[in-house]
Design a protein around this ligand. Structure first.
Ligand code: ATP
Ligand code: FE
Length: 332
């Protein structure tokens, strides 16, 4: 089957085409407009989705060399995400499906982040354990089948991506800060500054204490030396990144051992992080696990992951009706 997929849950407008399980195009229109605001402004995001969605779909069809008439189904992100952003993608998908007499396939964005692993040739085997780390979520997911996933641990407050972005904001860097922290961290000494590891029971996470300790650390040091950030930027980023990565992987390792897992995976925007990718690889090699990390374009928000999820739902014959509505919150 030929699946057209739409993703518009946050600030990236994306369209992709998947043919018989192969993702042939993945067009992502980023929204630069939010940089000036230090975060995503929902109202602005919806408007820019509205401008970008048709060109993104046209480009995705062009790149995949697929004709509009060849499409068999339209997959779209139903949630979770910003409601105004979701509405643009859901409305487009419904209108396109209605006009072309096609079935609709609703996709859970967080399931799709996990299912991004089925785009590559090397695929994990069920059950596997996935650490999903994104701008809004931090979850340890036991993946039993394509659409049978159980969250066995998650953040009680901030997400890992939020911890990255808030740290960069404290450092005066533009949004989104995750990629910048990564860039400077590569040049710094990760053992220079020490930040606390939260003591949370079970497989849950917490990042709000770390954020506060970074805030006070910077405030106190800048009071003593106004150039503290500029003088130590690389070491600060390296030290913060190392702490976030060790918090994430220490729990993940415990969970994988307890569940007797052999295949481990990373998903979500923060899985683009160099330190985390390297950390998971080392952890897997140490424990004799197979590890899976999506290609960069399938880590942050993209319609390619919606397309592959849509393909597997299509095979199950699991379609949505024209009365479907987006959901800001949507459990796994
Ligand atoms: P959710 O999927 O939970 O709804 P989202 O879709 O907004 O949230 P993603 O697009 O999956 O999140 O991920 C965005 C996050 O990834 C941001 O917090 C960003 O800073 C972070 N990020 C992206 N690249 C990197 C990197 N190289 N290092 C660290 N963090 C990164
Ligand atoms: Fe996402």
């Amino acid at each position: 089957p030929v699946i057209l997929a739409i993703e518009s849950s946050c600030d990236d407008t994306s369209a992709a085409v998947c043919v018989d399980g192969a993702v042939l195009s993945n067009v992502i229109a980023n929204q630069a407009i939010h940089e000036a605001y230090g975060g995503v402004v929902p109202e602005l995001a919806s408007r820019v989705h509205q401008q970008n969605i048709v060109p993104a779909v046209q480009q995705a069809l062009l790149n995949a060399k697929v004709n509009k008439n060849d499409i068999d189904a339209v997959a779209f992100t139903r949630g979770p995400g910003l409601l105004g952003s979701l509405l643009v993608g859901v409305s487009f998908a419904k209108a396109f499906a209605l006009a072309n007499n096609l079935p609709l396939i609703e996709i859970n964005h967080m399931q799709a982040h996990v299912l991004a692993h089925f785009i590559a040739d090397k695929k994990p085997s069920f059950p596997f354990l996935c650490l999903t780390v994104s701008g809004g979520h931090t979850q340890i997911v036991l993946v039993k089948d394509y659409f049978n996933m159980e969250v066995i641990g998650q953040t009680l407050d901030d997400a890992a991506g939020e911890a990255m972005d808030k740290t960069s904001k404290i450092l005066g860097l533009p949004y989104p800060g995750g990629p910048l922290i990564d860039k400077y961290a590569r040049l710094g000494n990760a053992d220079r500054f020490k930040f606390p590891e939260p003591q949370i029971p079970g497989f849950d996470y917490s990042f709000s204490g770390l954020k506060t300790s970074i805030l006070y650390f910077i405030r106190d040091n800048v009071a003593a030396n106004p150039n503290f950030i500029q003088d130590n930027l690389n070491d600060i980023c390296a030290s913060v990144e190392k702490r976030i990565v060790t918090i994430l992987l220490n729990k993940f390792e415990k969970a994988a051992r307890q569940y007797g897992i052999k295949d481990v995976a990373l998903a979500g925007g923060v899985s683009a992080n160099t330190g985390l990718r390297l950390g998971l690889q080392q952890l897997a090699e140490k424990n004799g696990w197979n590890y899976f990390i999506p290609a960069m374009q399938y880590c942050t928000d993209n319609a390619g992951m919606i397309a592959i999820a849509g393909y597997h739902k299509y095979l199950k014959g699991d379609f949505a009706g024209q009365d479907i509505a987006p959901l800001a919150r949507m459990p796994l």
